[in-house]
Design a protein around this ligand. Sequence first.
Ligand code: AVI
Length: 312
Amino acid sequence: MDETFAQDVLEGLSAKHKYLSSKYFYDDNGSRIFQEIMHMPEYYLTDSEFEILSLQSKQIIDTVGFAQPFNIIELGAGDGFKTFKLLEHLVNENVAFHYVPIDISQEAIDTLSDKLLERLPNLSIQAKVGDYFEVLNDLKQDNTPSLLLFLGSNIGNYIEVEANKLLSLFNQNMKKGDKLLIGVDLKKNPLIVQKAYLDDGGITKKFNLNLLLRINRELEADFKIDDFDFYSFYDPDTGDVKSYIVSLRNQKVNIKKLNRTIDFRYDELIWTELSKKYSLEELKELAEVNGFTIQQNFLDCKHYFVDSLWEK
Ligand code: AVI
Protein backbone atom coordinates (compact mmCIF):
# COMPACT_ATOMS: atom_id res chain seq x y z
CA MET A 1 0.00 0.00 0.00
CA ASP A 2 1.21 3.51 -0.82
CA GLU A 3 1.39 5.04 2.68
CA THR A 4 1.37 8.66 1.50
CA PHE A 5 -1.73 8.07 -0.62
CA ALA A 6 -3.48 6.36 2.32
CA GLN A 7 -2.49 9.18 4.68
CA ASP A 8 -3.62 11.91 2.28
CA VAL A 9 -6.98 10.21 1.63
CA LEU A 10 -7.56 9.86 5.37
CA GLU A 11 -6.67 13.48 6.01
CA GLY A 12 -8.77 14.84 3.13
CA LEU A 13 -11.88 12.81 3.82
CA SER A 14 -11.75 13.51 7.59
CA ALA A 15 -11.59 17.30 7.08
CA LYS A 16 -14.57 19.55 7.74
CA HIS A 17 -14.55 20.53 4.04
CA LYS A 18 -13.55 17.29 2.36
CA TYR A 19 -10.82 17.30 -0.30
CA LEU A 20 -8.66 14.91 -2.34
CA SER A 21 -5.59 15.97 -4.32
CA SER A 22 -5.76 15.97 -8.13
CA LYS A 23 -2.19 14.64 -8.17
CA TYR A 24 -3.80 11.24 -7.46
CA PHE A 25 -5.89 11.36 -10.67
CA TYR A 26 -3.04 9.89 -12.70
CA ASP A 27 -3.06 6.13 -12.19
CA ASP A 28 -2.93 4.15 -15.48
CA ASN A 29 -6.64 4.55 -16.06
CA GLY A 30 -6.61 8.24 -15.06
CA SER A 31 -3.71 8.93 -17.45
CA ARG A 32 -5.71 7.35 -20.27
CA ILE A 33 -8.76 9.48 -19.41
CA PHE A 34 -6.53 12.57 -19.37
CA GLN A 35 -5.45 11.69 -22.93
CA GLU A 36 -9.17 11.63 -23.86
CA ILE A 37 -9.60 15.07 -22.24
CA MET A 38 -6.72 16.44 -24.30
CA HIS A 39 -8.51 15.30 -27.45
CA MET A 40 -11.86 16.89 -26.53
CA PRO A 41 -12.75 19.89 -28.72
CA GLU A 42 -13.77 21.83 -25.57
CA TYR A 43 -10.33 21.36 -23.96
CA TYR A 44 -8.67 24.18 -25.90
CA LEU A 45 -5.48 24.18 -23.79
CA THR A 46 -3.74 21.38 -25.70
CA ASP A 47 -4.49 22.78 -29.15
CA SER A 48 -3.44 26.29 -28.12
CA GLU A 49 -0.08 25.16 -26.77
CA PHE A 50 0.44 22.85 -29.73
CA GLU A 51 -0.13 25.82 -32.05
CA ILE A 52 2.45 27.92 -30.17
CA LEU A 53 5.11 25.21 -30.33
CA SER A 54 4.30 24.34 -33.95
CA LEU A 55 4.48 27.89 -35.27
CA GLN A 56 6.90 29.67 -32.93
CA SER A 57 9.64 27.15 -32.07
CA LYS A 58 12.19 29.09 -34.10
CA GLN A 59 11.40 32.39 -32.33
CA ILE A 60 11.46 30.66 -28.95
CA ILE A 61 14.87 29.10 -29.52
CA ASP A 62 16.27 32.30 -31.05
CA THR A 63 15.11 34.24 -27.98
CA VAL A 64 16.60 31.64 -25.62
CA GLY A 65 19.86 32.42 -27.46
CA PHE A 66 22.07 29.76 -25.81
CA ALA A 67 25.53 28.81 -27.08
CA GLN A 68 25.58 25.17 -28.18
CA PRO A 69 25.41 22.54 -26.88
CA PHE A 70 22.65 23.12 -24.31
CA ASN A 71 20.17 21.02 -22.33
CA ILE A 72 16.40 20.98 -22.65
CA ILE A 73 15.03 19.58 -19.42
CA GLU A 74 11.36 18.73 -19.40
CA LEU A 75 9.68 18.49 -16.01
CA GLY A 76 6.78 15.99 -16.03
CA ALA A 77 7.32 15.00 -19.65
CA GLY A 78 4.15 12.88 -19.99
CA ASP A 79 3.59 11.75 -23.58
CA GLY A 80 5.80 14.50 -25.05
CA PHE A 81 3.26 15.21 -27.78
CA LYS A 82 3.55 19.02 -27.64
CA THR A 83 7.31 19.03 -27.11
CA PHE A 84 7.77 16.99 -30.26
CA LYS A 85 7.31 20.10 -32.44
CA LEU A 86 10.05 21.98 -30.59
CA LEU A 87 12.44 19.02 -30.72
CA GLU A 88 11.69 18.39 -34.38
CA HIS A 89 12.59 21.98 -35.23
CA LEU A 90 15.92 21.72 -33.40
CA VAL A 91 16.87 18.37 -34.91
CA ASN A 92 16.00 19.59 -38.43
CA GLU A 93 18.15 22.67 -37.90
CA ASN A 94 21.07 20.51 -36.68
CA VAL A 95 21.19 22.33 -33.35
CA ALA A 96 23.43 20.62 -30.76
CA PHE A 97 21.38 19.90 -27.62
CA HIS A 98 20.50 17.12 -25.18
CA TYR A 99 16.90 16.43 -24.34
CA VAL A 100 16.43 15.38 -20.71
CA PRO A 101 12.83 14.40 -19.96
CA ILE A 102 12.14 13.78 -16.26
CA ASP A 103 9.15 11.84 -15.01
CA ILE A 104 8.42 9.74 -11.95
CA SER A 105 7.03 6.94 -14.10
CA GLN A 106 9.59 4.59 -15.71
CA GLU A 107 6.88 3.37 -18.07
CA ALA A 108 6.03 6.90 -19.26
CA ILE A 109 9.71 7.65 -19.85
CA ASP A 110 10.36 4.41 -21.78
CA THR A 111 7.35 4.94 -24.04
CA LEU A 112 8.31 8.56 -24.65
CA SER A 113 11.93 7.71 -25.49
CA ASP A 114 10.92 4.93 -27.92
CA LYS A 115 8.35 7.11 -29.65
CA LEU A 116 10.70 10.08 -30.01
CA LEU A 117 13.65 8.05 -31.27
CA GLU A 118 11.45 6.37 -33.86
CA ARG A 119 10.54 9.76 -35.33
CA LEU A 120 13.77 11.65 -34.57
CA PRO A 121 16.59 9.06 -34.74
CA ASN A 122 19.27 11.75 -34.33
CA LEU A 123 17.85 13.10 -31.07
CA SER A 124 20.25 12.97 -28.11
CA ILE A 125 17.97 11.89 -25.29
CA GLN A 126 19.03 11.28 -21.69
CA ALA A 127 15.80 10.40 -19.92
CA LYS A 128 15.76 10.44 -16.11
CA VAL A 129 13.33 8.77 -13.78
CA GLY A 130 12.88 10.35 -10.40
CA ASP A 131 12.35 13.45 -8.40
CA TYR A 132 12.67 16.75 -10.34
CA PHE A 133 14.95 18.34 -7.80
CA GLU A 134 17.48 15.52 -7.52
CA VAL A 135 17.91 15.56 -11.29
CA LEU A 136 18.06 19.37 -11.44
CA ASN A 137 20.61 19.48 -8.68
CA ASP A 138 22.86 17.07 -10.62
CA LEU A 139 22.53 19.20 -13.75
CA LYS A 140 23.44 22.33 -11.81
CA GLN A 141 26.88 20.84 -11.26
CA ASP A 142 27.83 20.98 -14.96
CA ASN A 143 28.03 24.32 -16.72
CA THR A 144 26.01 23.52 -19.86
CA PRO A 145 23.20 26.12 -20.15
CA SER A 146 19.75 24.65 -19.52
CA LEU A 147 16.26 25.44 -20.75
CA LEU A 148 13.63 23.98 -18.42
CA LEU A 149 10.19 23.16 -19.81
CA PHE A 150 7.14 23.11 -17.53
CA LEU A 151 4.30 22.97 -20.05
CA GLY A 152 0.59 22.18 -20.21
CA SER A 153 -0.50 24.72 -17.56
CA ASN A 154 0.55 22.27 -14.86
CA ILE A 155 1.34 25.28 -12.67
CA GLY A 156 -2.43 26.00 -12.61
CA ASN A 157 -2.98 22.90 -10.46
CA TYR A 158 -1.06 24.44 -7.53
CA ILE A 159 -2.56 26.80 -4.96
CA GLU A 160 -0.66 30.06 -4.61
CA VAL A 161 1.71 29.05 -1.79
CA GLU A 162 2.52 25.74 -3.44
CA ALA A 163 3.06 27.38 -6.85
CA ASN A 164 5.51 29.83 -5.27
CA LYS A 165 7.26 27.02 -3.40
CA LEU A 166 7.67 24.99 -6.60
CA LEU A 167 8.87 27.91 -8.74
CA SER A 168 11.36 29.12 -6.17
CA LEU A 169 12.70 25.55 -5.90
CA PHE A 170 13.11 25.49 -9.68
CA ASN A 171 14.94 28.82 -9.36
CA GLN A 172 17.29 27.54 -6.65
CA ASN A 173 18.16 24.55 -8.80
CA MET A 174 18.96 26.66 -11.89
CA LYS A 175 22.20 28.41 -12.80
CA LYS A 176 22.27 32.16 -13.47
CA GLY A 177 21.23 32.63 -17.12
CA ASP A 178 19.27 29.33 -17.30
CA LYS A 179 15.74 29.68 -18.66
CA LEU A 180 12.29 28.30 -17.95
CA LEU A 181 9.57 28.00 -20.58
CA ILE A 182 6.33 27.75 -18.63
CA GLY A 183 2.93 27.00 -20.22
CA VAL A 184 0.09 28.93 -18.61
CA ASP A 185 -3.62 29.07 -19.40
CA LEU A 186 -4.89 32.66 -19.55
CA LYS A 187 -8.07 34.31 -18.25
CA LYS A 188 -10.59 34.57 -21.08
CA ASN A 189 -14.34 34.48 -21.84
CA PRO A 190 -15.68 32.50 -18.85
CA LEU A 191 -17.99 30.38 -21.03
CA ILE A 192 -15.01 28.96 -22.91
CA VAL A 193 -13.21 28.05 -19.69
CA GLN A 194 -16.35 26.61 -18.11
CA LYS A 195 -16.99 24.26 -21.07
CA ALA A 196 -13.45 22.90 -20.97
CA TYR A 197 -14.04 21.57 -17.45
CA LEU A 198 -17.79 20.79 -17.51
CA ASP A 199 -17.93 18.97 -20.83
CA ASP A 200 -21.19 17.57 -22.22
CA GLY A 201 -19.65 14.14 -22.80
CA GLY A 202 -18.89 13.69 -19.08
CA ILE A 203 -15.22 12.83 -19.65
CA THR A 204 -13.99 15.20 -16.93
CA LYS A 205 -16.61 13.68 -14.60
CA LYS A 206 -15.20 10.21 -15.38
CA PHE A 207 -11.67 11.59 -14.73
CA ASN A 208 -12.70 12.76 -11.25
CA LEU A 209 -14.78 9.71 -10.30
CA ASN A 210 -11.86 7.48 -11.31
CA LEU A 211 -10.20 8.71 -8.13
CA LEU A 212 -12.95 6.99 -6.09
CA LEU A 213 -12.37 3.80 -8.10
CA ARG A 214 -8.67 4.09 -7.28
CA ILE A 215 -9.50 4.37 -3.56
CA ASN A 216 -11.80 1.33 -3.89
CA ARG A 217 -9.02 -0.69 -5.47
CA GLU A 218 -5.96 0.44 -3.54
CA LEU A 219 -7.51 1.03 -0.12
CA GLU A 220 -10.33 -1.57 -0.33
CA ALA A 221 -13.14 0.97 -0.10
CA ASP A 222 -16.75 0.55 -1.21
CA PHE A 223 -17.59 3.83 -2.96
CA LYS A 224 -20.68 3.37 -5.16
CA ILE A 225 -19.77 5.53 -8.13
CA ASP A 226 -23.39 6.09 -9.23
CA ASP A 227 -24.09 7.78 -5.90
CA PHE A 228 -21.63 10.57 -6.74
CA ASP A 229 -21.71 13.31 -9.34
CA PHE A 230 -19.30 16.00 -10.54
CA TYR A 231 -19.38 19.80 -10.52
CA SER A 232 -16.93 22.40 -11.75
CA PHE A 233 -17.07 26.16 -11.42
CA TYR A 234 -15.03 29.00 -12.93
CA ASP A 235 -14.68 32.30 -11.07
CA PRO A 236 -13.51 34.83 -13.66
CA ASP A 237 -12.39 37.31 -10.96
CA THR A 238 -9.90 35.00 -9.27
CA GLY A 239 -9.26 32.82 -12.36
CA ASP A 240 -9.94 29.71 -10.26
CA VAL A 241 -11.62 26.67 -11.80
CA LYS A 242 -12.57 24.53 -8.81
CA SER A 243 -13.78 20.98 -9.36
CA TYR A 244 -15.73 18.82 -6.94
CA ILE A 245 -17.21 15.37 -6.47
CA VAL A 246 -20.79 15.65 -5.12
CA SER A 247 -22.46 13.09 -2.86
CA LEU A 248 -25.98 12.39 -4.19
CA ARG A 249 -27.23 10.81 -0.93
CA ASN A 250 -26.59 10.56 2.77
CA GLN A 251 -24.23 7.61 2.72
CA LYS A 252 -21.45 5.77 4.51
CA VAL A 253 -18.33 4.51 2.78
CA ASN A 254 -16.07 1.95 4.38
CA ILE A 255 -12.35 2.20 3.66
CA LYS A 256 -11.00 -1.10 4.92
CA LYS A 257 -7.30 -0.35 4.75
CA LEU A 258 -7.82 2.87 6.72
CA ASN A 259 -10.06 1.14 9.27
CA ARG A 260 -12.56 3.94 8.77
CA THR A 261 -16.13 4.54 7.75
CA ILE A 262 -16.66 7.99 6.27
CA ASP A 263 -20.06 9.71 6.35
CA PHE A 264 -21.18 11.77 3.39
CA ARG A 265 -24.14 14.14 3.62
CA TYR A 266 -26.62 14.61 0.81
CA ASP A 267 -25.03 17.25 -1.49
CA GLU A 268 -21.73 17.21 0.40
CA LEU A 269 -18.71 18.15 -1.74
CA ILE A 270 -15.20 16.76 -2.05
CA TRP A 271 -12.91 19.40 -3.57
CA THR A 272 -10.61 17.64 -6.05
CA GLU A 273 -8.84 20.16 -8.23
CA LEU A 274 -7.78 23.75 -8.83
CA SER A 275 -7.04 24.73 -12.45
CA LYS A 276 -6.03 28.36 -12.12
CA LYS A 277 -6.06 30.84 -15.01
CA TYR A 278 -3.75 33.86 -14.94
CA SER A 279 -3.73 37.30 -16.55
CA LEU A 280 -0.42 38.41 -18.10
CA GLU A 281 -0.01 40.92 -15.22
CA GLU A 282 -0.47 38.18 -12.62
CA LEU A 283 2.00 36.02 -14.50
CA LYS A 284 4.64 38.78 -14.38
CA GLU A 285 4.13 39.02 -10.62
CA LEU A 286 4.46 35.22 -10.30
CA ALA A 287 7.76 35.30 -12.21
CA GLU A 288 9.22 38.20 -10.26
CA VAL A 289 8.40 37.04 -6.73
CA ASN A 290 10.20 33.80 -7.53
CA GLY A 291 13.39 35.41 -8.84
CA PHE A 292 12.73 35.37 -12.61
CA THR A 293 12.39 38.05 -15.28
CA ILE A 294 10.09 37.46 -18.24
CA GLN A 295 12.08 37.51 -21.44
CA GLN A 296 9.15 37.08 -23.82
CA ASN A 297 5.57 35.78 -23.95
CA PHE A 298 4.60 33.51 -26.86
CA LEU A 299 0.82 33.43 -27.33
CA ASP A 300 -1.46 31.42 -29.63
CA CYS A 301 -3.50 33.34 -32.22
CA LYS A 302 -6.62 33.43 -30.01
CA HIS A 303 -4.63 34.61 -26.97
CA TYR A 304 -6.00 31.72 -24.90
CA PHE A 305 -2.63 30.40 -23.71
CA VAL A 306 0.94 31.55 -23.22
CA ASP A 307 4.32 29.83 -23.23
CA SER A 308 6.23 32.37 -21.20
CA LEU A 309 10.04 32.44 -21.35
CA TRP A 310 11.62 33.29 -17.99
CA GLU A 311 15.27 33.93 -17.21
CA LYS A 312 17.04 33.39 -13.90
C1 AVI B 1 -2.95 18.71 -16.01
N1 AVI B 1 -3.77 19.91 -15.79
C2 AVI B 1 -3.10 21.11 -16.27
C3 AVI B 1 -5.16 19.79 -16.29
C4 AVI B 1 -5.94 21.10 -16.03
O1 AVI B 1 -6.44 21.68 -17.01
O2 AVI B 1 -5.99 21.53 -14.89
C5 AVI B 1 -5.90 18.63 -15.67
C6 AVI B 1 -7.37 18.61 -16.01
N2 AVI B 1 -8.36 18.60 -15.16
C7 AVI B 1 -9.51 18.60 -15.79
N3 AVI B 1 -9.29 18.64 -17.08
C8 AVI B 1 -7.93 18.63 -17.26
